[in-house]
Write a protein that binds this ligand. Structure first.
Ligand code: IPM
Ligand code: MG
Length: 354
């Protein structure tokens, strides 16, 4: 297992170090794991003047999987756009063809009261958001800033999806639903956007190959509302890049903390980039208080989706459950009566329970 490790910025290095403890245990138990480190985001800019340095690109292309922390920091906010940390993330996704972004929102029973919603609304929550990751308004051309003939400034972006882009993510969506509750809700804005009209049409065409799946469609504004009204109505949510960005942040809060949610970004052949869905949290970087569980759970997803090692995946997930059941909590999920621990202690605790 050749894994490129890209810690990135802010809390990235701290949380990735905890996930590496988990990989070390698996390696000691016999898995052949090879780690190679690279810079991305602000760290890439500092090291090589580029948020996605050529050396990192080579490392990522050569690896079977990528483990990423997070990118971004105040220091880089005023750089010109091509040099900003976020560009590193967008470029690696695009270059590796990581079009399928799996963002599960699972509530651990121990954290039901950490959710901002009533426990009975979220108890047992287990939804999968499948976000298309290499198209849409994130990448559509043309885009830019210009002046109108009257001299007024104008900004513009292009929302764009081709039929083949929609079809391939739809196939992943139906395939994902087949392995779960067999329900797929496609989220779009077909009452307003042409892109969404095509999206809906193509999803319905692909659906003909999956007669067992119950397909529904929902407008994105309604989906945002339904996620906080009755999130358990969903099994798999299939959506585009921008709607998925927004809805996955919203869904994360249902589970108590954005610090709990892992993600997988896959290409057509199972190669993947694995990262927590949260950001680099520069305000708490270096203080040993960040929650490393989303990154550790991202390693579980890596074992499952890239290496097909379900046993290792389940082992990591069970170690996390056991750690939570025993009352260990980082401050983002801490409640009275629980044992508050730091980033490193949480990593050690999970590694010990493996
Ligand atoms: C995410 C992030 C990124 C995105 C940013 C950092 C570019 O918000 O992974 O959800 O918008 O995709
Ligand atoms: Mg986001």
């Amino acid at each position: 297992m050749k894994i490129a490790v890209l810690p990135g910025d802010g809390i990235g290095p701290e949380i990735v170090a905890q996930a590496v403890k988990v990989l070390d245990v698996l390696a000691k138990d016999g898995l052949k794991i090879e780690l190679e480190y690279g810079d991305i985001g602000g760290a890439g800019y500092d090291a090589a003047g580029d948020p996605y340095p050529a050396a990192t690109s080579k490392l990522a292309i050569d690896a079977d999987a990528v483990l990423l922390g997070a990118v971004g920091g105040y220091r880089y906010d005023s750089l010109p756009r091509p040099m900003r940390p976020e560009q590193g993330l967008l470029r690696i996704r695009k270059e590796l063809g990581l079009f399928a972004n799996l963002r599960p929102a699972v509530l651990y029973p121990e954290l039901a009261s950490a959710s901002s919603l009533k426990p009975e609304v979220v108890a047992g929550l287990d939804i999968m958001i499948l976000r298309e990751l290499t198209g849409d308004i994130y990448f559509g051309q043309p885009r830019g800033l210009r002046r109108t003939p009257d001299g007024e400034r104008e900004g513009f972006d292009t929302m764009l999806y081709s039929e083949s882009e929609i079809a391939r993510i739809a196939h992943v969506g139906f395939g994902t639903a087949m392995k779960r509750g067999k329900r797929l809700c496609s989220v779009d804005k077909a009452n307003v956007l042409e892109t969404s009209v095509l999206w809906r049409e193509v999803v319905m065409e692909v659906a003909k190959n999956y007669p067992e799946i119950e397909l529904s469609h929902m407008y994105v504004d309604n989906a945002a509302m339904q996620l906080v009204r009755n999130p358990k109505q969903f099994d798999v949510i299939l959506t585009g890049n921008m709607f998925g960005d927004i809805l996955s942040d919203e869904a994360s809060m249902l589970t108590g903390s954005i610090g709990m949610l892992p993600s997988a970004s896959l290409d057509a052949h199972g190669k993947g980039l694995y990262e927590p869905i949260h950001g680099s949290a520069p305000d708490i970087a270096g203080q040993n208080i960040a929650n490393p569980l989303a990154t550790i759970l991202s390693v579980a997803m890596m074992m499952r989706h890239t290496f097909g090692n379900e046993a290792a995946a389940a082992r990591i997930e069970n170690a996390v459950k056991k750690t939570l059941a025993e009352g260990l909590r980082t401050s983002d999920i801490h409640q009275e009566g629980m044992r508050k621990v730091g980033t490193r202690e949480m990593g050690d605790a999970v590694a010990a329970r493996l």
